[in-house]
Design a protein around this ligand. Structure first.
Ligand SMILES: Nc1ncnc2c1ncn2[C@@H]1O[C@H](COP(=O)(O)OP(=O)(O)OP(=O)(O)O)[C@@H](O)[C@H]1O
Ligand SMILES: [Mg+2]
Length: 339
């Protein structure tokens, strides 16, 4: 299994800008110059290269319309690429979709449960589709329902499930055939906090037992808390890829400050940058707002108040924060992750 895909992959020259998995990890998911132009002319994905290692919890983080779902679609055989290739366990996804599908599970962004079936039946039918015997499918389904805290709902109609329960059932169904890799496309969008936490507990437990997980999200906290490596995607391209810690460290600033002044923001920004050693960069975002990156966070407010006075303005609001993936995104794109 997968020999053809592997041979093709090896015969191809290493594309430039390919982000390589850590040396000790075996590649489970690979994208090579993967691209999608929809018939409408929209370039949703513009040449993505990545490798995801066995057992990794990998995140695709990006704003609405960045191309996350299209990327997952191509990695899971649901979207046909217009350029490049996707491999799962070395299997070329476009060339051998059925073989690839046996190795992957997907929780898509929309509810795709079968409403004519019960909770249990949704799992059993899925297992049968992937060649499980009735007996094995049933016992596996029951085991998963307990693990996903849905056992009391086994015989309920799926229409009667809450959003959080439906999402857990989709995740259970996605791993029913024991795939190498589980893809989750914004699984917590629209869920209440409790349901989000419940889903994450289960996914983290699966991961702790070695499950490779690929998660797309536009919640930077989610990517930061859960993912071992994150690819930041914007306008169909990977603009950064590393561990959350390394991405944040790449900013080179220990703290960020947002300062509101009564006016003369540009003068204040220029003075802060010129006069204060702690300030790495100060940018006026409007007449009254300045964003600063700082070498450290201690004693900064007093210094900024002094500079405001010389610049002929008054500080009306001040907040300081540690670097986050949001700050990484802002520094790379000049815009915020969430519109
Ligand atoms: N079937 C389609 N036909 C035409 N354009 C599409 C299609 N699907 C997606 N697009 C466009 O491709 C781009 C990327 O969309 P995609 O759904 O992959 O983004 P996303 O990162 O998943 O966004 P979201 O956070 O909103 O789910 C967007 O401009 C979108 O409008
Ligand atoms: Mg999407």
């Amino acid at each position: 299994m997968g020999t053809i895909g592997r041979m093709t992959a090896q015969a191809t020259a290493e594309p430039t800008g390919c982000f390589v998995v850590p040396d000790d990890a075996e590649t489970v998911v690979e994208a090579r110059n993967l691209a999608k132009r929809f018939p409408t002319g929209v370039d949703a994905v513009r040449g993505i290269n990545l490798r995801i290692g066995r057992g990794e919890f990998f995140g695709l983080l990006g704003p609405n319309g960045a191309g996350k779902s299209t990327t997952v679609g191509m990695l899971t055989s649901m979207v046909t690429p217009t350029g490049g290739s996707a491999f799962i366990e070395g299997i070329d996804v476009a060339a051998h979709p059925a073989r690839a599908k046996a190795q992957l599970g997907v929780v898509p962004q929309t509810n795709t449960l079968d409403r004519s079936l019960t909770v249990l039946e949704n799992l059993v039918f899925h297992g049968r589709y992937f060649g499980m015997s009735k007996k094995v499918a049933r016992s596996e389904a029951q085991r998963l329902l307990a693990q996903f805290r849905l056992d009391e709902r086994a015989h309920a109609q799926v229409a009667a499930l809450s959003g959080g329960m439906a999402q857990r059932l989709m995740a259970a169904r996605a791993i029913m055939h024991r795939p190498s890799v589980l893809f989750l496309d914004e699984p917590t969008a629209g869920l209440d906090p409790q349901s989000r936490i419940a889903l994450w507990e289960i996914i983290q437990e699966l991961h702790s037992h070695g499950q490779t997980v690929v998660l797309t999200t536009h919640y930077m906290e989610e990517a930061e808390d859960l993912c071992e490596r994150v690819a930041i995607i914007d306008q169909g391209r990977i603009i950064a890829l590393d561990s959350p810690e390394a991405l944040k460290a790449s900013l080179g600033a220990a703290r960020f400050a947002a300062v509101s002044v009564s006016g003369q923001a540009a003068d204040f920004a220029a003075a802060a940058e010129r006069e204060l050693a702690v300030v790495l960069d100060a940018t006026a975002e409007s007449d009254t707002k300045v964003r600063l990156s700082l070498r450290s966070g201690t004693g900064v407010l007093a210094q900024l108040l002094g500079v405001a006075e010389t610049a002929g303005t008054t500080v009306t609001d001040y907040s300081i924060s540690e670097p986050t993936l949001e700050t990484v995104f802002i520094s790379l794109t000049g815009k915020e992750l969430r519109e």
